[in-house]
Design a protein around this ligand. Structure first.
Ligand code: KIV
Ligand code: ZN
Length: 506
């Protein structure tokens, strides 16, 4: 069977989703998980776009040694040079050069002729090729470009050294037959195409990104570009997990393999959702909360008699733990360690001690501690930032009469105890105002959401907030059985990120 190369672009196209900004530490954490997932190529960012993006790509290139690390560049000399600077320390670096090819983009946006686009593409691929051997080229908006012109540019850039040719459906306009024809056309009409891998890159504006990507593979594309949970610009990109599991489940039809360790899919999906704050819709294929839940009596009856009656994918294939063993306040450190290992977490003894203490605190408030609770504890552990101010205690009074009032106690960087109080329009507002009186950093709350992690009255509530300061967004998360406490923890988490980012570099 042929193997399809999986290029993950969660950190580049995925991050282009409105509100999905990630900091360097978060990107590195995702890149490490993508390596465990087994992706062939990580498109780590667009180095010329900002100093932060440059640093993230550079760090990932140094630290993540398994996959190819790819940097995006427009067909401009300064972009290509910057991309090289960012990836040059990678074990396997790649530069990805792109330039719009369609008449619509050329005429209204670039104001360049076909010849100028062809020439810039060829020259910038040649420039990248002087730095490294692995060069990808994308004629942007390929699905809305006249095929003969695409064939001409593709031939020219392969002669200049491109080793991967990516043909994107940039605006999610194509339908599977059309997109398949674009791929077949290039494979049939470009004489030197045997020197390059053809790649699919689809957006989901009409809900066809995965279908188009699979059709491309059926027609001979051997690289596919996708993001975890399908996040990305506008309606998003093709969802990596959907493509990979479709190829595996219907290998009888597609006859191709990938290098992905599918048992890492669930964990990767959770991590990306946690970091970006983008909740996965319950009915989302493969990783949605309901994807393996059977509600109707007829279906449940069938599943009990023989799972394949209604279940085409075994949930353990994507790493959803089979057991739903419940822990409680009498469970010991060893039981927690074992359950964590089954859920895919390996912790040092020191980290385990911290998680065990949080587990005991939770088990005191909550009778049954389920897998989802444990994952929420782990998410908090992974989200821990170095604390400038630490939340010690909060006290709130509220109700339908009187003015919501909060008092808070924090410790400052020197360990000094600080307390203050404030009134607010609601209890969360009062808590945030009291914290602001102590910390004194101006910021604007841009997003606040609460969700329940588990079912029942004693469920853990998870709060996600975003605050803005000097044009930069900082995300904070907090979880607790009391949603006011969870809100305070989330705010402290975001404030500590802001304060850490503003610390002068040593
Ligand atoms: O959608 C697109 O065309 C892109 C390119 C930059 C590869 O993301
Ligand atoms: Zn894209």
């Amino acid at each position: 069977m042929d193997r399809v190369i999986i290029l993950d672009t969660t950190l580049r196209d995925g991050e282009q989703a409105a509100g999905a900004r990630m900091n360097m530490k978060e990107k590195l954490e995702i890149a490490r998980q993508l390596e465990r997932l087994g992706v062939d190529v990580i498109e780590a960012g667009f180095p010329i776009s900002s100093p932060g993006d440059f640093e993230s790509v550079k760090t990932i290139a140094k630290e993540v040694r398994g996959p190819v690390i790819c940097a995006l560049a427009r067909a401009l000399p300064q972009d290509v040079d910057r991309a090289w600077e960012a990836v040059k320390d990678a074990a396997n670096p790649r530069i990805h050069v792109f330039l719009s090819a369609s008449d619509i983009h050329r005429m209204y946006q670039l104001k360049k002729s076909r010849e100028e686009v062809l020439e810039a593409s060829r020259d910038m691929v040649a420039r990248a090729k002087k730095y490294l051997s692995d060069v990808e080229y994308t004629p942007m908006d390929a699905s809305r470009t006249e095929p003969e012109y695409i064939h001409k540019i593709v031939k020219a850039v392969i002669d200049a050294g491109a080793t991967t040719i990516n043909l994107p459906d940039t605006v999610g306009y194509a339908v599977p037959d059309e997109y398949g024809d674009l791929i077949s056309g290039v494979l049939e009409h470009v004489p030197n195409i045997d020197r390059a891998v053809v790649s699919a890159h689809c957006h989901n504006d009409l809900g066809m990104a995965v279908a188009n990507s699979l059709q491309a593979i059926k027609r001979g594309a051997r690289q596919v570009e996708a993001t975890i949970n399908g996040i990305g610009e506008r309606a998003g990109n093709a969802a990596l997990e959907e493509i990979v599991v479709a190829l595996k489940t219907r290998s009888d039809f597609f006859n191709v393999t990938t290098k992905i360790d599918t048992t890492q899919i669930y964990k990767t999906s959770r991590l990306v959702s946690e970091i970006t704050g983008f909740v996965v819709q319950p009915n989302k294929a493969i990783v949605g909360g309901n994807a393996f839940r059977h509600e109707s009596g007829i279906h449940q009856d069938g599943i009990i008699k023989m799972p394949i009656t209604y279940e085409i994918i075994d949930p353990t294939t994507i790493g959803i733990p089979a057991s739903s063993l419940v822990l409680g306040k009498l469970s010991g450190r060893h039981a927690l360690k074992q359950r964590l290992a089954e859920l895919g977490y390996t912790l040092s003894e020191e980290d385990l001690s911290r998680v065990f203490a949080a587990f005991k605190e939770l088990a005191d408030k909550k009778k049954d501690v389920t897998d989802k609770d444990i994952e929420s504890l782990m998410a908090q552990e992974q989200r821990m930032v170095s604390e400038v101010y630490r939340l010690e205690r909060i006290q709130v009074t509220c109700g339908d009469r009187g003015i919501p009032t909060a008092s808070v106690q924090l410790t400052d960087p020197e360990g000094k105890f600080l307390a203050d109080a404030a009134l607010g329009t609601g209890p969360v507002d009062a808590v945030y105002k009291a914290i602001n009186r102590i910390v004194g950093v101006s910021n604007k709350l841009t997003e606040f959401s609460v969700k329940s992690v588990t079912e029942g009255i004693d469920a853990i509530g998870e709060v996600l907030i975003r605050i803005e300061s000097d044009g930069v967004i900082y995300t904070g998360r907090g979880a607790d059985t009391d949603i006011i406490v969870a809100s305070a923890k989330a705010y402290m988490n975001a404030l500590n990120r802001l304060l850490n980012a503003k610390k002068p570099a040593k």
